[in-house]
Design a protein around this ligand. Structure first.
Ligand code: GLN
Length: 204
Protein backbone atom coordinates (compact mmCIF):
# COMPACT_ATOMS: atom_id res chain seq x y z
CA UNK A 1 0.00 0.00 0.00
CA UNK A 2 1.42 3.40 -0.98
CA UNK A 3 1.94 5.79 1.93
CA UNK A 4 -0.26 8.90 1.98
CA UNK A 5 1.30 11.95 3.60
CA UNK A 6 -0.77 14.95 4.65
CA UNK A 7 0.45 18.48 5.32
CA UNK A 8 -1.50 20.64 7.78
CA UNK A 9 -2.67 23.46 5.50
CA UNK A 10 -4.12 26.03 7.89
CA UNK A 11 -1.24 28.51 7.55
CA UNK A 12 2.44 28.69 6.62
CA UNK A 13 4.74 26.87 4.17
CA UNK A 14 2.50 23.89 3.40
CA UNK A 15 2.73 24.01 -0.43
CA UNK A 16 6.52 23.65 -0.36
CA UNK A 17 6.18 20.49 1.76
CA UNK A 18 3.55 19.10 -0.63
CA UNK A 19 6.01 19.60 -3.51
CA UNK A 20 8.89 18.01 -1.58
CA UNK A 21 6.81 14.93 -0.68
CA UNK A 22 5.68 14.54 -4.31
CA UNK A 23 9.32 14.80 -5.46
CA UNK A 24 10.11 11.97 -3.04
CA UNK A 25 7.56 9.86 -4.94
CA UNK A 26 4.77 9.83 -2.34
CA UNK A 27 1.18 11.02 -2.48
CA UNK A 28 0.72 14.36 -0.69
CA UNK A 29 -2.48 15.96 0.54
CA UNK A 30 -3.35 19.38 1.96
CA UNK A 31 -5.17 18.89 5.26
CA UNK A 32 -7.67 21.68 5.84
CA UNK A 33 -10.28 19.79 7.90
CA UNK A 34 -9.72 17.65 10.97
CA UNK A 35 -11.72 14.75 9.46
CA UNK A 36 -9.13 14.41 6.66
CA UNK A 37 -6.58 13.12 9.20
CA UNK A 38 -8.42 9.77 9.15
CA UNK A 39 -7.29 9.18 5.56
CA UNK A 40 -3.55 9.73 5.84
CA UNK A 41 -0.61 7.71 7.17
CA UNK A 42 1.74 10.54 8.16
CA UNK A 43 1.38 14.26 8.85
CA UNK A 44 3.68 17.25 8.38
CA UNK A 45 3.08 20.40 10.44
CA UNK A 46 4.84 23.16 8.51
CA UNK A 47 6.66 26.33 9.48
CA UNK A 48 4.71 29.56 9.71
CA UNK A 49 3.48 31.43 12.76
CA UNK A 50 2.79 29.27 15.77
CA UNK A 51 0.43 31.76 17.50
CA UNK A 52 -1.75 31.88 14.38
CA UNK A 53 -1.58 28.11 13.91
CA UNK A 54 -2.63 27.48 17.52
CA UNK A 55 -5.64 29.79 17.02
CA UNK A 56 -6.66 28.02 13.82
CA UNK A 57 -6.22 24.58 15.43
CA UNK A 58 -8.67 25.69 18.15
CA UNK A 59 -11.05 27.39 15.72
CA UNK A 60 -11.33 24.35 13.44
CA UNK A 61 -11.34 21.90 16.34
CA UNK A 62 -8.24 20.00 15.21
CA UNK A 63 -6.93 19.13 18.66
CA UNK A 64 -8.91 15.93 19.41
CA UNK A 65 -8.21 14.61 15.88
CA UNK A 66 -4.49 15.41 16.24
CA UNK A 67 -4.41 13.59 19.60
CA UNK A 68 -6.08 10.54 18.03
CA UNK A 69 -3.64 10.66 15.12
CA UNK A 70 -0.65 10.78 17.49
CA UNK A 71 -2.01 8.01 19.73
CA UNK A 72 -2.54 5.76 16.71
CA UNK A 73 1.27 5.82 16.23
CA UNK A 74 1.17 7.42 12.80
CA UNK A 75 4.27 9.61 12.32
CA UNK A 76 4.23 13.41 12.56
CA UNK A 77 6.98 15.73 11.30
CA UNK A 78 7.06 19.31 12.63
CA UNK A 79 9.28 21.93 11.01
CA UNK A 80 9.98 25.27 12.69
CA UNK A 81 6.53 26.49 13.91
CA UNK A 82 5.51 22.81 13.59
CA UNK A 83 8.31 21.86 16.00
CA UNK A 84 7.00 24.49 18.42
CA UNK A 85 3.50 22.98 18.31
CA UNK A 86 4.74 19.43 18.95
CA UNK A 87 6.93 20.38 21.95
CA UNK A 88 6.21 19.61 25.61
CA UNK A 89 6.99 23.13 26.83
CA UNK A 90 7.15 26.49 25.02
CA UNK A 91 7.34 30.11 26.16
CA UNK A 92 4.47 32.44 25.28
CA UNK A 93 2.00 30.18 23.52
CA UNK A 94 -1.58 29.27 24.46
CA UNK A 95 -0.80 25.55 24.26
CA UNK A 96 1.50 23.01 22.67
CA UNK A 97 0.69 19.40 21.89
CA UNK A 98 3.30 17.67 24.07
CA UNK A 99 4.11 14.83 21.63
CA UNK A 100 7.91 15.14 22.00
CA UNK A 101 9.78 15.76 25.22
CA UNK A 102 11.56 18.98 24.31
CA UNK A 103 11.45 22.49 25.72
CA UNK A 104 11.57 25.30 23.17
CA UNK A 105 12.47 28.99 23.07
CA UNK A 106 10.26 30.19 20.22
CA UNK A 107 12.32 32.91 18.59
CA UNK A 108 15.75 32.26 20.06
CA UNK A 109 17.59 32.53 16.72
CA UNK A 110 16.33 36.09 16.17
CA UNK A 111 13.97 37.96 13.91
CA UNK A 112 13.10 37.49 10.22
CA UNK A 113 15.95 39.85 9.23
CA UNK A 114 18.38 37.66 11.19
CA UNK A 115 17.49 34.54 9.18
CA UNK A 116 20.52 32.51 8.14
CA UNK A 117 21.74 29.36 6.42
CA UNK A 118 24.11 26.92 7.99
CA UNK A 119 25.59 23.59 6.95
CA UNK A 120 24.65 21.01 9.53
CA UNK A 121 26.06 17.49 9.73
CA UNK A 122 23.63 14.61 9.37
CA UNK A 123 25.50 11.61 10.70
CA UNK A 124 22.95 9.42 12.43
CA UNK A 125 22.49 5.76 11.62
CA UNK A 126 19.46 6.65 9.45
CA UNK A 127 21.76 8.03 6.77
CA UNK A 128 23.95 5.78 4.61
CA UNK A 129 26.88 8.12 5.20
CA UNK A 130 27.45 11.40 7.03
CA UNK A 131 26.71 14.44 4.91
CA UNK A 132 26.22 18.19 5.07
CA UNK A 133 22.71 19.59 4.81
CA UNK A 134 22.16 23.26 3.97
CA UNK A 135 19.67 24.26 6.67
CA UNK A 136 17.63 27.47 6.31
CA UNK A 137 16.71 29.08 9.65
CA UNK A 138 13.89 31.69 9.62
CA UNK A 139 12.85 33.13 13.00
CA UNK A 140 13.85 29.70 14.16
CA UNK A 141 12.95 28.15 17.51
CA UNK A 142 15.69 26.70 19.69
CA UNK A 143 15.42 23.39 21.52
CA UNK A 144 16.71 24.40 24.95
CA UNK A 145 16.10 21.05 26.65
CA UNK A 146 15.60 17.52 25.34
CA UNK A 147 14.95 14.57 27.63
CA UNK A 148 16.86 11.29 27.35
CA UNK A 149 13.93 9.85 25.35
CA UNK A 150 14.76 12.20 22.47
CA UNK A 151 17.25 11.12 19.83
CA UNK A 152 19.29 14.04 18.48
CA UNK A 153 20.05 13.61 14.75
CA UNK A 154 21.79 16.95 14.12
CA UNK A 155 22.95 19.93 16.15
CA UNK A 156 24.04 23.50 15.64
CA UNK A 157 26.38 25.02 18.24
CA UNK A 158 25.50 22.14 20.56
CA UNK A 159 21.68 22.65 20.37
CA UNK A 160 19.62 19.94 18.71
CA UNK A 161 18.11 21.11 15.40
CA UNK A 162 16.83 17.74 14.11
CA UNK A 163 15.41 15.27 16.62
CA UNK A 164 13.19 12.21 16.88
CA UNK A 165 11.17 10.50 19.59
CA UNK A 166 9.19 7.44 18.54
CA UNK A 167 6.78 8.50 15.79
CA UNK A 168 7.69 12.19 16.07
CA UNK A 169 10.35 13.98 13.98
CA UNK A 170 11.13 17.70 14.40
CA UNK A 171 13.54 20.22 12.94
CA UNK A 172 14.00 23.89 13.73
CA UNK A 173 14.87 24.82 10.12
CA UNK A 174 13.05 24.63 6.75
CA UNK A 175 14.05 21.52 4.72
CA UNK A 176 11.20 22.23 2.26
CA UNK A 177 13.01 25.37 1.04
CA UNK A 178 16.01 23.50 -0.40
CA UNK A 179 16.24 20.84 -3.10
CA UNK A 180 17.81 18.32 -0.74
CA UNK A 181 15.07 15.77 -0.06
CA UNK A 182 16.86 13.55 2.42
CA UNK A 183 15.03 14.73 5.56
CA UNK A 184 11.67 14.32 3.80
CA UNK A 185 12.86 10.86 2.71
CA UNK A 186 13.69 10.06 6.33
CA UNK A 187 10.15 11.02 7.35
CA UNK A 188 8.63 9.07 4.44
CA UNK A 189 10.69 6.08 5.66
CA UNK A 190 9.14 6.46 9.14
CA UNK A 191 5.66 6.51 7.58
CA UNK A 192 6.36 3.44 5.42
CA UNK A 193 7.75 1.58 8.40
CA UNK A 194 4.72 2.38 10.57
CA UNK A 195 2.43 1.33 7.75
CA UNK A 196 3.62 -2.08 6.74
CA UNK A 197 7.15 -3.01 7.73
CA UNK A 198 7.67 -2.42 11.46
CA UNK A 199 10.93 -4.37 11.54
CA UNK A 200 12.70 -2.77 8.61
CA UNK A 201 15.51 -0.26 9.01
CA UNK A 202 15.09 3.25 7.73
CA UNK A 203 18.08 4.13 5.58
CA UNK A 204 18.23 7.26 3.46
N1 GLN B 1 9.34 31.44 15.56
C1 GLN B 1 8.14 31.32 14.78
C2 GLN B 1 6.94 31.11 15.70
O1 GLN B 1 7.01 31.30 16.88
C3 GLN B 1 8.24 30.17 13.77
C4 GLN B 1 9.04 30.59 12.59
C5 GLN B 1 8.94 29.69 11.38
O2 GLN B 1 8.12 28.74 11.34
N2 GLN B 1 9.74 29.98 10.38
O3 GLN B 1 5.89 30.78 15.23
Amino acid sequence: MAAKIGVLALQGAFREHINAIKKCGYQAFEIKFAGCLEDIDGLIIPGGESTTMVKLIEKYNFRPALDRFYKSGRPIFGTCAGLILLAAKVDNLAFCLNYIDIEVDRNAYGRQSESFESNIKLNSSYFKKPYDFKAVFIRAPKIIKASAKVQVLASLNSSAVLAMQGSILVCSFHPELTDDLRIHMLFAGMVKKSLNKPNTDILV
